[in-house]
Design a protein around this ligand. Structure first.
Ligand code: SAM
Length: 240
């Protein structure tokens, strides 16, 4: 990582209340592996150091705002892609046990190899669809948190994520700006699958100024057995 990249990372971290100085070597290696992996696998549209530092690393770490992800516990990262937000979170929160989930095998293989190369023992990648895991005993109702960055509209996310949470667990969804309509539909969908929208936190990303929203949904009762519906249905026919 160049000195400019390090400064961006440290400044962005400071704006989020994080001291990233001890983690510079890990982020530099993650940057190197991501750029190298991108040439082979076309993993992410973000290719420059500046974009990766701001729009992957700092953006992912902004999921820690508000403290809803906590310092420990079992966290499923629904639709992790090339490992975001899981990998940055695993670096700065060693007490979190992270399960990055994606339906695309090549992405999860990259996350697996990268976690191994970085020596991250708190990352257990998983290939599959949230709808499938949500119906398996080993995953349904097992997670303390589900985090999802830029994956789907809130009503879809609620149906995919809530079955995986234990009662009392939380979905932390990071999105761009959210419309009143999506929020209302998300509130109704959350109610249908056993949850309640707890917080809506609009903010600007440090340095880039991009608009983001963190939405926290708490699971208040068990999800009815009919959810999640079969693969693809939550996307094709959102609950609301
Ligand atoms: N979270 C990553 C990020 O912020 O860079 C990736 C975001 S990408 C736009 C959405 C990812 O979610 C894709 O990699 C896709 O394969 C995955 N995905 C979408 N629906 C899914 C589902 N039902 N189960 C598992 N993965 C899913």
């Amino acid at each position: 990582m160049t000195p400019e990249g390090e400064t961006l990372l440290l400044d962005g971290g400071r704006a989020l209340g994080l001291d990233l100085a001890p983690h510079l070597p890990a982020f530099a290696e993650l940057l190197r592996l991501l750029q190298e992996g991108n040439t082979r696998l076309n993993l992410t549209a973000l290719k420059t150091e500046r974009d990766i530092v701001l729009k992957h690393f700092i953006d992912s770490l902004s999921c820690l705002r508000g403290g809803d992800l906590g310092e420990e516990g079992l966290v499923l990262d629904l639709g992790t892609g090339a490992g975001f937000p899981s990998l940055p979170l695993a670096i700065v929160r060693p007490g979190l046990d992270l399960v990055p989930l994606d339906s695309i095998g090549k992405k999860i293989r990259f996350v697996e190899e990268t976690a191994l190369a970085l020596g991250l023992k708190n990352v257990r990648p998983q290939v599959g669809r949230a709808e499938t895991l949500g119906r398996q005993d080993e995953h349904r109702g097992q997670y303390d948190r589900v985090v999802a960055r830029a994956v789907a509209a809130l009503p879809i996310l609620a149906e995919l994520a809530l079955p995986l949470l234990r009662v009392g667990g939380r979905l932390v969804a990071q999105k761009g700006p959210i419309t009143d309509e999506e929020l209302r539909a998300g509130q109704r969908a959350a109610g249908e699958v056993g949850g309640q929208v707890q917080a809506v936190d609009p903010f600007e990303l440090p340095l880039s100024g991009d608009a983001r929203t963190l939405i926290v949904v708490t699971k208040t009762r068990p999800t009815p057995a009919k959810y999640p519906r079969r693969e693809g249905v939550p996307n094709a026919q959102p609950l609301f």
